[in-house]
Design a protein around this ligand. Structure first.
Ligand code: NAD
Length: 423
């Protein structure tokens, strides 16, 4: 792998960081400047103010966002995030990543993302329901089963999707389960969706280990984050014989060189407010130490921008599989490349979630539902194809897996733009 990396620094915006990596890929593949110009601006940006009655009887106004980056390859698709650091720039970056992710995974979608600036852990269930319904109401002209299809992301789950679906259907007078994915099974969700992003991380890890000539049964892994992505990734990797030596969430981080009992950790979190604090299956370590601990595979599956240039210098893993969106700062890319650490980038590594969201949408449209085995088999097949096309592009263009993933996506989007034409 060569060291072509994006020339951006940490203080620039997340969207600028996406564009910088896009520029590197566009130059390498000789993409048309016109297509690059189109992709530099999201096609729609909506910002709303959401007044919600809080449990203390006072109104609080929340900021809500939805950005549609591209619809070249189909209706836009992307999650909704509830977090305090949600802002326009972050949502723009995440929306662009969705355009590239859907293209890498060969899905007939463009990219979008939404978010509400809030602290879901500090809100009651009633407050969260009112906020989710207010958001759905405000997005009634943006969302649509053939237009823009949201899903869960950080801080949201099937519960929020159910409220948003119900409100959208009430407001529009439609009964359209496919307008949102990641729903609970009983109201049109897909079997396998909950674990899908973690499953994609597992399939990508196995594919990379195979290329590296490593036997999963002789490999150790550390997984940062124990929410939807991290907990399923840790479980599925351990089921493949990979020894999980470190896990952690926002409350605590643990290391155990003999291997953490992931089933026991899952059980502990399920009984203790979905957090790991108090778990006794490993030694407590600092939250950042999980990134640099002794392991073969590192799976950042929590936050963005956790792998800085400095941390990259200290990483011991040979392989990084990005479960989270944007965990690696652009300036860390060069360090990781120089250290010959293979990075399976977010737009490939965590595309299992949107892949099964696509299956959910297909099942909703057909009104016919598949078995979990069928979903998983189709998912694994799509992931393996996506991994191979990125791996081959990395080799053909002599570049990193990250830039190769952008190239894989841009090749399809460029073709789409040229076939559809412009004004
Ligand atoms: P989640 O809310 O279910 O879980 C987030 C986890 O991160 C929690 O365990 C939380 O405790 C942990 N965390 C938060 N702050 C932390 C810190 N400072 N140190 C260590 N851990 C910390 O979210 P999720 O759905 O698992 O999403 C995680 C990442 O994966 C996000 O970047 C998201 O965009 C990305 N992603 C999610 C999906 C999906 O299907 N859910 C799909 C693709 C990408």
């Amino acid at each position: 792998m060569s060291t072509q990396t994006a020339n951006v620094t940490a203080h620039e915006s997340m969207f600028e960081a996406v564009l910088a990596r896009l520029d590197v890929a566009a130059k390498l593949m000789n993409m048309s400047d016109d297509v690059a110009t189109i992709l530099r601006s999201p096609i729609k940006q909506v910002k709303v103010s959401l007044p919600v009655m809080m449990d203390n009887g006072k109104i609080q106004v929340f900021e809500g966002y939805r950005v549609v980056h591209s619809t070249v390859l189909g209706p836009s698709k992307g999650g909704i995030r509830y977090a305090m650091d949600v802002n326009q720039d972050e949502v723009m970056a995440l929306a662009a990543w969705m355009s590239f992710k859907c293209a890498v995974a060969n899905l007939p979608y463009g990219g979008a993302k939404g978010g509400i600036k809030c602290d879901p852990r500090a809100m009651s269930v009633g407050e969260l329901e009112r906020l989710s319904r207010a958001y759905a109401m405000s997005m009634k002209d943006v969302f649509g089963v053939n237009k823009d299809i949201p899903a869960p992301d950080m801080g949201t789950s099937g519960r929020e999707m159910a409220w948003i679906l119900d409100e959208f259907n009430k407001v529009t007078g439609e009964d359209s389960p496919g307008v949102i994915t990641g729903k609970p099974i009983v109201i049109g969700g897909s079997l396998g969706r909950d674990a899908a992003t973690g499953r994609g991380v597992m399939v990508n890890t196995l594919a990379a280990l195979k290329k590296m000539g490593l036997n999963p049964k002789e490999v150790t892994a550390a997984v940062q984050g124990f929410g939807n992505v991290g907990s399923h990734a840790a479980r599925l990797l351990s089921e493949q014989g990979i020894k999980i030596v470190a896990i952690g969430d926002h409350t605590a981080t643990f290391y155990n060189e003999k291997g953490i009992d992931v089933a026991a950790a899952l059980d502990y979190a399920a009984k203790n407010g979905r957090v790991l604090k108090g778990f006794t299956g490993g030694t407590v370590i600092g939250s950042n130490d999980i990134l640099t601990c002794k392991c073969d595979v590192l799976v950042p599956a929590a936050l963005q921008n956790v792998i800085s240039e400095e941390i990259a210098h200290n990483i011991q893993a040979k392989l990084i599989v990005e479960g989270a969106n944007g965990p690696t700062m652009p300036e860390a890319d060069a360090v990781l490349n120089d250290k010959k650490i293979i990075v399976v980038p977010d737009i490939l590594a965590n595309s299992g979630g949107v892949t099964v969201s696509y299956f959910e949408w297909v099942q909703n449209k057909a009104g016919y539902y598949w078995s979990e085995n069928e979903v998983n088999t189709k998912h694994d097949e799509k992931m393996e194809i996506a991994f191979s096309s990125v791996w081959d592009n990395a080799s053909n263009f002599k570049t990193s897996m990250r830039i190769a993933a952008y190239i894989t996506a841009l090749q399809k989007i460029e073709q789409g733009v040229q076939l559809k034409g412009n004004y």
